[in-house]
Design a protein around this ligand. Structure first.
Ligand code: DGJ
Length: 726
């Protein structure tokens, strides 16, 4: 049993495949953390409770007679605001009296097999024989009730947590903050924080820095999880590297305003609180109503960052992503965005499809510009009607014409938006998020539709349904190119305006869910100006995600490296584009563009008609090779061999049975007479591996001595080696 309750000592022990998480019910009903880390063989670690004498500035609890105990220094599982713990709170409830004083004490628990979904919010799933769930029922004297939900996965070093707040009183209350989880580490201070920061076309850069005293907050307040910070962070002990050391990953399964906060207090304890960002948030609960938080995926690894990432990748493939799209190979697409931008018509698209079909591609994705009167980004978002001047006969005709070359049709939408110049905005200006009496900020000449409104959600579902049922459309790229401003909703009452951000996200999940129900065979690719909403909740709905608008393979090394910290390669959409690159102007070899794009879900973002004869031949070979070997990448284990911190970068994927591996090395910047030996990882030491030239190596040799990549590679040149075990 992964969850055990030791009733005498009131200790809960939650065991995953390699970790233990232990907490207890202390005096006064306080829920107190004890331990999270490498698996322990015993539960009774009560001695880890912090108890020390304090000065008068650290308040004592009226219900615990021990003068050494204070809420301000206890390791809390769900610390409440205003009752003696001055550190980061997990929960703050405003009551009918108008104050926010909150308390959270144990009132009972239930342990059951499996895992229940969270209403309205995507979450991880598990069958009854894969996981066990603990619900811890807590309450405040005001009648506010809190259920802390822990699910433990037996085959992964992973657990998930979320919380449910219920108004058990007979007056309204307001949830001002309800985190999904809190953990107080008993490790001595000295953690380092690793997180993913960035901006448009430079997403998910890795930053690692010591966690100092005080509060550190990684967050978004933009209405979307965003380019700037990703809802993923890891705490690592100093010295932890790719393969050794303790790493604790936190990944919030949520696409809106989030916060991952860490506080190192004066006594050296580190607290981590993750959940919906409290800034601008307030949720009214009528008597009897419940509020569900999104969940946090908590991964522990004692084999470094690589171990943490591999565990999380495997976990997401097994427990988060849609099975259907994992089992069936995804189409290899040509997307026309960088090939044509807005300058296309049916004949041009058919020409591209003809070429692409001959090269082995499966699908043409028609990007922005097929609807309304949109010939640039100034208009027509929201008017989802095919532009018959560009595409006579509509999507049905186009699908039929490109189908002759064996090509399926994919289509771009930006459903959550209305252009200022659109029939939709003219008809329904109040459908866009705005604040009465204030100017509306504009970005890309468009506004954000208010998805907290049912009528708006219905419109989006109907508009997309009408296009998607007009033709055999097999793929949708769902874009989102600006963030929310002037946050208020025309339909919410004054005391519910703080609900807008979260209601928007709930509306989005419901709209996407309804589209998926109506069109279960359409593959959805997520996009938000590239990877601006690359989070686990989106991945539960969108099996793949446009990783970044930056398609320069050198820039992609950093972006894909950072993305791989949390997310598996099967979610990472990566395209070969033209050189010089449209975003950076950098010239790179064709083969490097292919090698780097083949590290995820491979496709093209260029006009195949512009390829040279040599590039056409290479494309045919690359597409065929990718189809034959993609399982190594999309279902294999990733080993990051050389991070892109210096002049070179290398990684490899290995199948679970260790019978195949794909290794890629990129020389970022050339060097005269470089010597490069790269040790491989993850192979079977006792098996013999053969490379593409027929050279045979023992796995142990490749891992101990490595490959010899010495040679005069120029800037941005790369090599990929495929290994097959005999
Ligand atoms: C932003 C996306 O990231 C691009 O790939 C492209 O679809 C454009 N939007 C189209 O407007």
């Amino acid at each position: 049993m992964p969850i055990t309750f030791h009733s005498e000592k009131k200790i809960f022990k939650l065991d995953t495949s390699t970790s233990s998480y232990i907490f207890k019910i202390g005096e006064g009903g306080y829920v107190m953390g004890l331990y999270w880390g490498e698996k322990l063989d015993e539960a009774d670690v009560d001695y880890l409770t912090v108890r020390e004498g304090h000065d008068s500035n650290v308040p004592l609890s009226a219900s615990v007679p021990d003068w050494r105990f204070s809420p301000d220094t206890m390791q809390a599982e769900y610390p409440a605001y205003g009752t003696g713990d001055f550190r980061l709170p997990a929960v703050m409830i405003k009551n009918a009296a108008g104050n926010c004083v909150t308390d959270c004490r144990y009132g009972g628990h239930r342990i059951s097999r499996g895992k229940k979904p969270i209403p309205g919010i995507p979450s991880t799933y598990a069958s009854d024989d894969e996981a066990e769930t603990l619900e811890l029922f807590c309450r405040d004297v005001t009648g506010a009730e809190f259920t802390l939900v822990y699910t433990v996965f037996e085959d992964f070093p992973v657990m998930t947590r979320h919380a449910v707040v219920k108004n058990g009183s007979d007056t309204p209350i307001w949830v001002e903050k309800a985190a999904s989880m809190c953990v107080d580490f008993t490790h001595p201070a000295g953690f380092e924080l690793l997180h993913l920061w960035g901006c448009w076309a430079r997403e998910r850069r890795v930053e690692r820095r010591p966690l100092g005293h005080g509060i550190t907050k990684i967050s978004s307040g933009r209405g979307a999880s965003g380019h700037y910070h990703n809802p993923f962070a890891a705490l690592v002990l100093p010295g932890t590297d790719e393969e050794h050391g303790d790493a604790y990953g936190f990944n919030l399964v949520y696409s809106g305003n989030f916060a991952i906060e860490a506080e190192v207090d004066a006594f050296g304890l580190t607290r981590v609180v993750c959940g919906i960002n409290e800034d601008g948030f307030s949720w009214k609960l009528a008597p009897g109503e419940k509020f569900y938080t999104p969940e946090v995926v908590m991964t522990y690894s004692n084999s470094g960052l690589g171990g943490m990432s591999r565990a999380q990748h495997r976990f997401y493939r097994r427990h988060l992503l849609e099975k259907k799209w994992l089992a069936s190979p995804r189409p290899v697409v040509v997307n026309n965005w960088e090939a044509t931008y807005f300058d296309f018509d049916a004949d041009k698209l058919v020409d591209i499809a003809r070429d692409a079909g001959a090269l082995g591609f499966d699908m043409l994705v028609v990007d922005d510009g097929w609807f309304g009167k949109r010939n640039d980004d100034s208009c027509s978002l929201g008017d989802w009607v095919v532009n018959e001047e560009k595409l006579p006969g509509g999507m049905g005709k186009l699908a039929e014409r490109i189908g002759e070359f064996g090509m399926g049709l994919g289509l771009w939408f930006e459903p959550e938006m209305a252009s200022r110049d659109s029939d939709l905005y003219r008809a329904h200006p109040d459908w866009c998020i705005h604040t009465e009496g204030r100017d509306m900020s504009i970005a890309r000449r468009q506004y954000v539709l208010d998805l907290s409104r049912e009528d708006v959600c219905d419109y989006i579902v109907d508009a997309l349904t009408s296009v998607l049922s007009s033709a055999d459309i097999k793929y949708v790229k769902w874009d989102f190119n600006r963030k929310l401003t002037e946050y208020s909703s025309a339909v919410l009452p004054a005391d519910r305006q703080g609900e807008l951000f979260h209601r928007y996200i709930l509306g989005l999940y419901s709209v996407v869910g309804r589209i998926k129900e109506r069109f279960p065979d359409v593959l959805l690719e997520g996009c938000a100006s590239g990877g601006g909403r690359y989070d686990p909740a989106m991945l539960a709905l969108f099996p793949q995600y446009w990783t970044s608008d930056d398609t320069d393979p050198i820039e992609r090394l950093y972006i894909q490296y950072g993305t791989s910290m949390a997310y598996p390669a099967c979610t990472m959409s990566c395209h070969v584009s033209a050189s010089p690159n449209h975003q950076t102007g950098r010239k790179t070899p064709f083969s490097t563009r292919c090698d780097v794009a083949a590290a995820g879900v491979f496709g093209y973002e260029l006009d195949p008609r512009a390829l040279s004869e040599r590039e056409r031949e290479e494309t045919k070979r690359r597409v065929a090779e990718y189809k034959a070997r993609r399982h190594i990448v999309t279902d294999g284990d990733l080993y990051r061999l050389i991070p892109p911190d210096g002049d070179e970068c290398a990684w490899m994927y290995v199948t679970k049975d260790k019978s195949e591996a794909l290794f890629t090395y990129v020389r970022i910047k050339t060097m005269i007479a470089p010597v490069a030996f790269v040790r491989l990882r993850g192979l079977d030491p006792d098996r013999t591996y053969v490379d593409g030239d027929g050279r045979r190596y023992l796995g142990s040799t490749l891992m101990r001595a490595g490959l010899n990549l010495t040679g005069g590679r120029r800037d941005a040149e790369s090599v990929t080696v495929y290994f097959k075990a005999e």
